[in-house]
Design a protein around this ligand. Sequence first.
Ligand code: APR
Length: 250
Amino acid sequence: MDLRSARAALQIARRVAVLTGAGVSAASGIPTFRDAQSGHWARFRPEDLASPEAYAADPELVWAWYAGRYRDVLAAQPNPAHHLLVRLEQQKGAGFFLATQNVDGLHARAGSGTRGGRLAELHGNLALARDEVTGEVFPLPDPAQLSLPPLSPAGHRMRPNVVWFGEYLPEEALRAAQQAFAQADIALIIGTSAVVYPAAGLARDTLLGGGKVIEINPEPTDLTRLASFSLRETAERGLDLLLTEHLNEH
Ligand code: APR
């Protein structure tokens, strides 16, 4: 497949399933997961902060890290890649499914999931916290009002509502994503190293279902050899190349 045929395939596809990773938020100034370890946090590995064991050992430390990331994410804005995916959803309607591994909430803030398609935040959302006793989920207050660790209205300690290393993905969201990728004419895999399972298996679900895989990533990944077409571009430029002209035609 070349760029021209990839564009044509996307244009005629009735069902499009998209998987995004940290690369989609790079242009919003959100560091990728591993690059986030700078300054004071440079001496920690992400695995030593984003795990149930780390939280059990030192909840204040883990919350301080998440509170900093939450502040950074609120200060950031969705970029053209997020907005182009909203326009693609507008075009495909119920045939559109977006699964993201990002916890920054930028797809939702751009409007994904509100134009007839669906958004699944497979790894949770930094702006939400979960009552450790009841499992109920609540939005975090504004960073200025946030005292750590946050308590639920029932007075229980809350934990970040994100999926940590060694934890299961939200079952319903994962099942919906697997179904959407298995039925997709095109899977669009953007800005993810695609090493983390089961998210990385979604592209394979599309191939097994007879669909095609298009990747956008400045670097080759483990998925590149499975992709019908790999666009070596940033998320925003790659989406622009794939979508803009035909979106303007409507
Ligand atoms: N546009 C598109 N892709 C980019 C850009 C960009 N501007 N900049 C970097 N990338 C690509 C990199 O080449 C890399 O393949 O984004 C990918 C980022 O990879 P990771 O940092 O591994 O992020 P991600 O794939 O989202 O990680 C998945 O792993 O550690 C866990 O839970 C964490 O959600 C995270 C998951």
